[in-house]
Ligand binder design. Structure first.
Ligand code: ADE
Ligand code: ZN
Length: 334
């Protein structure tokens, strides 16, 4: 099974670039930038990754991101992730980045973008991996800060395909950002949002109806509302599900209790993603393997996760056709 997964072409639609910061690189950047971190080695950092819920993770994740200062740091971070994509046969990836995590520390929006885009361009040229960038607003911050961030993105409009919404879901519902998302849509951005990860299924409905999202990030709480599940199936609204993240953050107590395979078999468009792989114990192949080993998934079911992600991706029609062709060729060869 692992061999099938390793060779399977993959598309990742839910990856926070700051969440791909491995402890080794965290140490290297801390040293390079003269920043103190409260750990003495990478193993100690890994030992601290024991989370009880989303917030307990976010506190450590924002702390880790503080080692990112220069364009070179953002480039190194992104290049390391793209090499992991190559290793896991990820052919297309759509990355979230959290500008406010950096601009609030005095790092310019341009510094972040310059580092990210340089690595992504190199990955396309040297590794053949295509990508898109999604700017995420931090929902624990206020509307004014999100508007300011949207303004800072203006010179980079061509490099950013969509805006998203992440961070602490409970207490920060989609309607808080209704006006920012309306403005983003007016400026020509697509929209996505984390919804129904820890928060109620009504956040999924509101993200669809108020924020006009093209797909839902996580969305696993949809199972609490059968009418919503019917809508997701009917309208083929894609959920970017992150299995290892959900078990690490105790959204599900074990992988066996995860709803992803049940949703797939009901006809919901679900995909498999790594979310914050450096913190949750694995990249794409590990997430696929965790699902495959906990459920009796067939090769065709595993391939369907990729097919769903291709259809829900923001790449061109031509690239989608190419990715589907690649997938079909692989399935036929097995
Ligand atoms: N930021 C990074 N990872 C996240 C997650 N899983 N949920 C919400 N915000 C995040
Ligand atoms: Zn996420």
């Amino acid at each position: 099974m692992y061999q099938f997964i390793a060779g399977l072409p993959k598309v990742e639609l839910h990856l926070h670039i700051e969440g791909s910061l491995e402890p080794e690189l965290m140490f290297e950047l801390a040293q390079r930038n003269g920043i103190d971190i409260p750990f003495s080695n990478p193993e100690e950092v890994r030992g601290a990754y024991d989370f009880s819920n989303l917030q307990s993770f976010l506190d450590i994740y924002y702390q880790g991101a503080q080692v990112l200062i220069s364009k070179r740091d953002f480039y190194d971070l992104t290049w390391a992730y793209m090499l992991r994509c190559k290793a896991d046969n990820v052919l297309h990836t759509e990355l979230f980045f959290d500008p406010q995590t950096h601009t609030d520390r005095g790092i310019s929006f341009d510094t972040v973008m310059e580092g990210l885009t340089q690595a992504l361009l190199q990955a396309e040229l040297e590794l053949g991996i295509t990508s898109q960038l999604i700017l995420c607003f931090l929902r624990h911050l206020d509307e004014a800060s999100a508007f300011e961030t949207l303004q800072q993105a203006k010179p980079w409009k061509q490099e950013i395909v969509a805006v998203g919404l992440d961070s602490s879901e409970i207490g920060h519902p989609p309607e808080k950002f209704a006006r920012v998302f309306a403005e983003a849509v007016k400026q020509g951005y697509l929209t996505v949002a984390h919804a129904g990860e820890e928060g109620p299924s009504s956040n999924i409905t509101d993200a669809l109806d108020i924020l006009k999202v093209s797909r839902i990030d996580h969305g696993v709480r949809c199972v609490d509302d059968p009418q919503l599940v019917s809508r997701l199936i009917e309208q083929q609204i894609h959920l970017t599900v992150c299995p290892l993240s959900n078990t690490k953050l105790k959204v599900f107590q074990s992988m066996e209790q995860h709803s992803i395979v049940d949703l797939l078999r009901q006809g919901v468009s679900v995909g498999i993603n790594s979310d914050d792989p450096a913190y949750f114990g694995g990249y794409m192949n590990d997430n696929f393997a965790a699902v495959a080993s906990s459920f009796h998934t067939s090769h065709l079911e595993l391939a369907k996760f990729t097919a769903n992600a291709i259809d829900a991706s923001f790449c061109s029609i031509a690239r989608k056709a190419e990715l589907h062709q690649n997938l079909q060729h692989y399935v036929d060869s097995q």
